[in-house]
Design a protein around this ligand. Structure first.
Ligand code: HEC
Length: 134
């Protein structure tokens, strides 16, 4: 009988803990994602039209022939990125992009960089079991 009461007590404690934890997670304010500007929006359309995702990933999703480009804006100098966009490489095709299109891609990469981190090993685990980016 005593053990039955203990089970009920443990069940109630777990249930209350679950409800508190769920509520805390549900009502925690998330960092708002900034809206892309016009140029970044054009860059996103170009990204889709040129099918860059067949070889590159964003947020870890996409092809794996080339590197993930989510945070390239932060990790590589602008001039370095522009060389790839202008000329391609032995493996990456030259898309013959105009100056405007190259700038749109730069704005798009600036935007993706501000919205998340692609590398999960850099995430910080928090005490409540969630992860934090930056
Ligand atoms: C056929 C596959 C392919 C496609 C399609 C492709 N790329 Fe690439 N890209 C690569 C590869 C592979 C590399 C790595 C350099 C190399 O080995 O040539 C690369 C490198 C890059 C880099 C430099 C990354 C770094 O960290 O050094 C940028 C920026 C880039 N690509 C942008 C683009 C954009 C924008 C598009 C779409 C317009 C695109 N790529 C389409 C294969 C591709």
């Amino acid at each position: 009988m005593n053990s039955y009461k203990n089970k009920i007590l443990i069940f109630i404690i777990l249930l209350i803990s679950f409800l508190i934890y769920t509520n805390v997670l549900y009502f925690t304010e998330l960092k708002p994602i900034p809206a892309p500007n016009k140029s970044a929006q054009r860059g996103k359309i170009l990204w889709q039209e040129k099918n860059c995702t067949s070889c590159h990933q964003l947020y870890g999703l996409g092809g794996h022939l080339g590197p993930d480009l989510t945070n390239i804006y932060e990790n590589k100098p602008e001039s370095y990125i522009k060389v790839f966009l202008k000329n391609g490489t032995n493996v990456m095709p030259n898309f013959h992009l105009s100056e405007q299109e190259i700038n749109d891609f730069m704005e798009f990469f600036k935007y993706t960089n501000s919205t998340g981190i692609a590398n999960p090993t850099s995430y910080i685990k928090q005490a409540d079991g969630t992860i934090k980016q930056k």
